[in-house]
Ligand binder design. Structure first.
Ligand code: SAH
Length: 420
């Protein structure tokens, strides 16, 4: 398509880049910052498709217009192998949904809770879709994703697994007038009640034979964190279940008990979970009981303070999970965040018994895996313990990292063993 669009001869709105500012686009990075744009031709509305041209007029991409955010446009279509830039229409979006959900099919045998669409990684900028059993929870963080809301809802509702499609409307970057609910129903019947999800227990995890081969979680899709559950820790939950037997477990930032359930299922001698959110702790208790597991010690407290008290009391643990929220939201926060990561890991090292395991995570994309490892090393050094890395953890297959968009890599974890 040339600059004259198909609609009654109106010119397709176009962003013209500054000279030399087309490099990241040619490397198929989809974010166009305002500083790279010389001119906006036409009068695009937020979410409209705009053509993106180099300073010399070459058509490079089609993007959604995102005024008012730091990123002025997000690319939905780059040149295909023939050099043509496809139109961003229902057909393209439906094909990408199909590809994304189809790629998750191998997980179906293991769980009914899967990230079906992981935004930029699935070539659907700003669109997240998490499937929790019969409920598809959408989250749209840019105007371009919102422009496809009806199509996405119809497409998801047509899937045989799905009875309701809902949208979480409360995340960063979206202004919400006071009193507007954080969740709205886009399609189907939504009871508003709890959603129960299932995950296969890993082979090798001890089980008393009566509990079956799946653990369950109740997910609060209406007001829980993210879209309700930490799907990205699925593989790490499985690991915890296989190493917990006989260990005294300390689960820090436990949320609704993902790691607590895994540890208890795996035969932990005892489980202590610390989180500042009382509703999350209540759901953790529900989740343990629903799986027929012994109750954990649920501590509603600030982890930083709580750990100092445990250190002063001389407590030790054989398995410590450190899974804090995102501590660096941007490059500018990395220094402060690394201090907090170091403090947490230093305290965890102090509480780790010889031979004990430390599973420590960072979900801050701005803290890269190399830096994170240095921080954990610094923490061990200050605590005067020797830590061996015996495993590395990251995003599961339904949270893919797109190589052209390094920002899609955020979750990393180290499995460390205290030597000696
Ligand atoms: N491990 C969890 C996810 C943790 S998300 C899982 O696998 O499901 C981060 C959690 O940290 C949230 O539940 C939040 O309530 C809690 N949190 C954030 N800051 C905290 C603090 N300073 N002290 C204790 N909990 C905190």
């Amino acid at each position: 398509m040339g600059p004259m669009g198909p609609m009654g001869g109106h010119a397709e709105p176009t962003l013209v880049l500054r000279a030399g500012r087309d490099r990241s686009l040619r490397r198929r990075h989809p974010w166009i910052f305002a500083g790279a744009v010389a001119d906006v031709v036409g009068a695009p509305e937020p979410g409209d498709v705009v053509a993106v041209r180099s300073a010399t007029g070459e058509l490079l991409a089609r993007a959604s217009f995102e005024p008012g955010s730091g990123i002025l446009a997000r690319v939905w279509a780059f040149g295909d192998p023939d050099g043509a830039v496809p139109a961003v229409d229902d057909e393209l979006v439906a094909a990408r949904l199909e590809a994304a959900v189809g790629a998750r099919a191998p997980l179906d045998a293991r769980t009914d809770a899967v990230r079906w669409v992981h935004a930029e990684s699935d070539l659907l900028p700003g669109l997240v879709v998490d499937r929790y059993g019969p409920v598809a929870v959408c989250h749209m963080t840019c105007a371009g994703a919102g422009a496809h809301r009806n199509l996405v809802a119809r497409w998801l509702a047509a899937r045989p697994e799905i009875g309701a499609v809902v949208e979480r409307t409360d995340r960063a970057g979206r202004r919400r007038p006071t009193g507007t609910p954080a969740l709205r129903v886009l399609a189907g019947e939504w009871s508003g009640g709890p959603v129960i999800i299932h995950e296969a227990v890993p082979p090798g995890a001890p089980s008393d034979g009566e509990r079956g081969d799946r653990w369950t979680f109740e997910v609060d899709v209406a007001s829980g964190q993210k879209t309700g559950f930490y799907l990205d820790q699925r593989d790490s939950r499985r690991l915890v279940a296989t190493v917990a037997e006989g260990r005294r477990v300390l689960d820090l930032f436990g949320y609704t008990g993902g790691f607590a359930v895994a540890a208890a299922w795996g035969g932990a001698a005892e489980v202590t979970t610390v989180d500042s959110s009382a509703p999350a702790q209540a759901l953790a208790a529900t989740n343990l009981a629903a799986n027929g597991l012994p109750p954990a010690r649920l501590v509603a407290a600030d982890v930083f303070t709580d750990l100092r008290a445990r250190r002063d009391a001389g407590e030790t643990y054989d398995l410590i999970v450190v899974d804090p929220p995102k501590l660096a939201h941007a490059e500018a926060e990395v220094r402060r965040a690394t201090r907090a990561y170091k403090d947490l890991n230093w305290l965890a090292c102090r509480l780790l018994a010889p031979g004990g395991l430390l599973l420590t995570f960072s979900c801050s994309g701005a803290v890269d895996p190399g830096l994170f490892q240095k921080v954990v090393f610094g923490a061990a050094l200050d605590a005067r313990v020797d830590l061996q890395v015996v495993g590395r953890l990251g995003q599961p297959a339904d949270h893919p990292v797109l190589l052209s968009v390094p920002e899609t890599e955020y979750l990393k974890g180290l499995v460390c063993r205290r030597a000696g």
